[in-house]
Design a binder for this molecule. Structure first.
Ligand code: GLC
Ligand code: CA
Length: 551
């Protein structure tokens, strides 16, 4: 596909986590064959891009985010030919392909690392971040990895430590090495040649480690200590210029954002880095700090920072977060209402919406009964560290359940047959038992389903430029659970209102006549009143305001 400069603004991107999407060969693991089978489902939903989490060869210590060969497909997922069939099938349906690029680190089984660790003077010796031990023989500094434990691992053969911001099987690449950078860019060039339309670039805020004294050595988490240093931006600009930017391939970086300047650097056009950014917030922080008030503050601030020259990636879920309806909504009594409200929120904000597989069905968090049922390396490490800090098994399990990345990685719920129609075999990760009620087959037969609601929102975006290009202005009190805003473009103005609570709320706005068209809502009848709207539990609606001048 050929791409115009700003084409990414019109996308609705669907994220597939291939391991959990659909098993095409009956071994309990999702794969490319399964993805091919479900292309018509994606077409019916209406999305026009798919981002697939990594499908490259990997020993799967971190489910594909540890890559051992960037030029081949993981055996469990199929072959390069399967990938090409998926690509062609997607393109034929007007769906762009976005690949996940993991370039901060490789797997420790990648040939570069296997060579690099052998000696201090081999052709790959400088491809990773090696340092001598501290004078006492310990790690070069006190940095901890994201998944717990030291960020440094000793290799006797080299008598040195290497840096790993994530698991020890994920050694960090040394972006200061020009030769390594060129080899990394070759990976992207290879996928460009294969007809990829864009990239989601993983964990990309830590390329410049600042070990020469520029990092924050008071900070103990390595990724926090060196986030967003000058060299990182320089390397991203170089990568963009040499690889994805010239053909206007879409790009989104997964980054750390601590201040206004970080947002501008990563997601404004003039910076020459990415089209937009996915800010990484650890689930435990998000669970403890989110509130409707906080969302409103963030919306307002992010809009002001980027409205002239930037763009926003909008998402409520991904493979690193709990399920959105469990986190921001109510996955019991108001399951359907809140799932739809969150959908409406996601699609009506300025920016490009990202839909994570299963959220279009309102899939929820899972609760396994023992730590053995979990798969996620982060969950397991977290659980162990709670135990060693003296927590009881019960408390450790309860907290792990709420933050686990497995909440979003349970198999996709296709129908109510065994294993939710995901596979004919016991899947690699347990199916959420609520699949009998929450599944694609029954939602596709129900006009009022969450799936049908997503479909409507996605179709609306194609018909109404106001959803893509409209100005944004909040119009609700700063306090309280109501989030409301207008979007306006040319002579069209939409008023979008959400009640982020189960309690009734009164929303007032002087332009409400009581007679305007309701473009979409998650409740049926409504009392018509002038100047105000009574909102029920998790009610959401889009109203078309009448032209100011015609009043
Ligand atoms: C990103 C990915 C996450 C992975 C990590 C290390 O945060 O989204 O799944 O574990 O990077 O690659
Ligand atoms: Ca399979």
């Amino acid at each position: 596909m050929k791409h115009e400069k700003d084409w990414y603004k019109e996308l609705v991107i669907y994220q597939i986590y291939p391991r959990s999407f659909k098993d095409g060969n009956g071994d309990g693991i999702g794969d490319l064959k399964g993805m091919i089978e479900k292309l018509d489902y994606l077409k019916e939903l209406g999305v026009n891009a798919v981002w697939m989490s990594p499908v490259y060869a990997s020993p799967n210590v971190d489910n594909g985010y540890d890559i051992s060969d960037y030029f081949s497909i993981m055996e469990e997922f199929g072959t390069m030919q399967d990938w090409e069939i998926f690509r062609d099938g997607a393109h034929a349906r007007g769906i762009a392909i976005i690949m996940d690029l993991v370039l901060n680190h490789t797997s420790d089984r990648h040939i570069w690392f296997e060579e690099s660790k052998k000696s201090k003077d081999n052709p790959y010796s400088d491809f990773y971040v090696w340092r001598d031990p501290a004078p006492d023989g310990g790690a070069p500094n006190g940095w901890m990895s994201v998944f717990g434990g030291s960020a440094w691992e000793y290799v006797p053969q080299r008598k040195q430590y290497y840096l790993h911001m994530f698991a020890k099987e994920q050694p960090d690449l040394n972006w200061d090495c020009e030769e390594a950078r060129e080899k990394i860019f070759d990976i992207i060039r290879f996928w460009n040649e294969k007809g990829v339309d864009g990239y989601r670039v993983d964990a990309i805020s830590y390329l410049d480690k600042g070990l020469d004294g520029r990092a924050d050595f008071q900070e103990t988490i390595g990724t926090v200590a060196c986030a967003n240093l000058e060299g990182t931006h320089r390397y991203i600009r170089e990568m963009a210029e040499k690889t994805f930017a010239p053909a206007h391939l879409m790009s989104v970086g997964e980054v750390n954002i601590n201040n206004e300047q970080d947002s501008i650097n990563y997601s404004s056009a003039k910076s020459g880095e990415f089209n937009m950014a996915i800010p990484f917030v650890p689930p435990i922080v998000e669970i403890k700090t989110w509130s409707p008030e906080r969302l409103k503050e963030d919306l307002e601030r992010d809009y002001q920072i980027l409205k002239e020259d930037g763009w926003w990636a909008r998402f409520l879920s991904n493979h690193d977060k709990p399920r959105q309806v469990s986190l921001y909504g109510n996955d019991e009594l108001y399951w359907k209402e809140s799932a739809k409200m969150l959908a409406c929120y996601l699609h009506t904000l300025p920016g490009t919406p990202f839909v994570y597989q299963g959220e279009e069905l309102g899939m929820t968090n899972v609760q396994y009964h023992s730590i053995e049922e979990y798969d996620d390396i982060d969950t397991k490490n977290y659980y162990m560290s709670m135990l060693s800090d003296g927590a009881s098994e019960e408390d450790a399990l309860a907290e792990s359940q709420s933050i686990s990345r497995d909440n979003s990685r349970t198999p996709m719920q296709w129908d109510d047959s065994a294993y939710a129609g995901f596979s004919t075999q016991k899947p690699w990760l347990g199916v959420n038992p609520n699949y009998v009620k929450i599944n694609a087959a029954n939602q596709m037969q129900d006009d009022t389903s969450v799936f049908r609601f997503y479909q409507k929102l996605i179709a609306l975006r194609k018909e109404h430029p106001v959803m893509v290009h409209g100005d944004f202005a909040l119009c609700c009190p700063k306090k309280g659970p109501v989030i409301a805003y207008t979007r306006s473009f040319q002579n069209e103005t939409w008023l979008v209102i959400h009640n982020f609570s189960e309690k009734e709320q009164i929303f007032e706005h002087d332009r409400i006549q009581g007679t305007e068209t309701i473009i979409l809502s998650n409740y049926d009848e409504r009392a018509k009143e002038r100047g105000k709207i009574r909102l029920r539990a998790y009610e959401t609606m889009i109203l078309e305001l009448q032209d100011k001048n015609k009043r």
